[in-house]
Design a protein around this ligand. Structure first.
Ligand code: NAP
Length: 311
């Protein structure tokens, strides 16, 4: 019987692991399909405290893993299929034909940014060639060059607005002629002189320069099917996230988008012994450091829960 199983290895999972390991709980971390989480898909991370010169996203995650392992956390490269609650209050975690028993489970499986599904997207993201889903993380790399944001929701408007601090021009490309965003956010974007709305359009292709960096996008008009080219050096995807909660099996309440619902102000969920931390439960901040904070909180809550069981 494990004491703590942590599902997911982003900043929430590794921080939970560091705290649980230092509390002598010898946590088992199951990495999921994307070891290291979303930060492994970014290049320079300049807003994680403690790294005044920035740090590469994958390097940051390796350091977190090393720190967790140094204190006795065990990392296993597996993807969870299902969690179940047993009659004695423990949990069974199913991975294919394997079953793991644990007193507590911390779900820190994150959320995956959605992309358009066009050819070459993974290489563009991983190579830092101009495609990203995080303006807060990457906006500062696009000073004085034109960029575009894809989407029509609050995230798209907020990111477009934020990017005007850096970019020479921001095109907000939306597939319809009306924004989904709240009125106040939409108004702010539309009234911003540095933002130009591109209605009824979607990206058909990323056009790369010789060094692989995006230099333009081929746009398809969603009304008449015509094509045009738009010169941009950065493409910011803001078409929503998909939280990774497919395996929770009713043990955690989910909101209408599939995000885990926590007990207000806590990382506890409706099931005792089951905690949720980081982007899997965060529709608002979605930052590495906020996820790390929640990972810490979840480990402290799990430690307290186990102490009460054993009292
Ligand atoms: P969202 O509201 O679901 O909007 C996603 C946008 O992407 C929609 O405009 C959608 O177009 C577009 N889209 C989806 N799939 C697409 C595709 N394949 N191709 C092109 N466009 C596509 O997501 P969000 O903006 O990330 O917001 C998520 C939640 O967080 C919302 O509840 C939002 O209010 C909240 N949020 C709040 C704030 C804030 O208050 N400060 C900031 C950010 C987010 P359609 O409109 O045509 O469907």
């Amino acid at each position: 019987m494990e004491k703590v199983v942590i599902i997911g290895t982003g900043p929430a999972g590794y921080t939970a692991a560091i705290y649980a390991a230092r509390a002598d709980l010898s946590p088992l971390i199951l990495t999921g399909a994307q070891p290291g989480g979303q930060l492994t898909t970014t290049t320079d991370v300049e807003n994680f405290p403690g790294f005044p010169d920035g740090i590469m996203g994958p390097d940051l995650m390796v350091k977190m893993q090393q720190q967790a392992e140094k204190f006795g956390a065990r990392v296993d490269y597996k993807k969870v299929d299902l969690i179940e609650k047993n009659d004695d209050g423990s949990f069974t975690i199913t991975i294919g034909s394997e079953k793991i028993l644990s007193q507590t489970v911390i779900i820190s499986s994150g959320a995956s940014a959605r992309y358009l599904g066009l050819e070459g997207e993974e290489d563009l993201v991983k190579g830092g060639h101009g495609l990203t889903a995080c303006a807060t993380c990457d906006g500062a790399f696009y000073r004085d060059v034109p960029v575009c944001v894809i989407g029509g929701g609050d995230s798209a408007c907020e990111e477009a607005d934020f990017l005007t601090k850096f970019a020479s021009k921001v095109y907000l490309i939306h597939r319809r002629d009306e924004l989904r965003a709240s009125k106040i956010m939409a108004k702010r974007a539309i009234n911003n002189d540095k933002i130009e709305m591109v209605w009824n359009a979607t990206i058909a292709e990323y056009i790369q320069a010789e060094n692989g960096n995006i230099r333009a996008v081929k746009l398809e008009n969603t009304v008449d099917g015509s094509f045009s080219e738009l010169a941009v050096e950065g493409v910011f995807m803001a078409i929503g996230h998909t939280p990774n909660t497919q395996f929770v099996n009713g043990l955690v309440d989910l909101d209408e988008s599939g995000y885990a619902i926590q007990v207000p102000g806590r990382t506890a969920t409706k099931t005792p012994g089951l905690f949720a931390a980081g982007d899997v439960a965060d529709t608002f901040y979605r930052q590495g450091i906020t996820a790390a904070g929640q990972g810490c909180a979840a480990a402290l809550e799990a430690e307290k829960y186990i102490a009460e069981l054993e009292a």
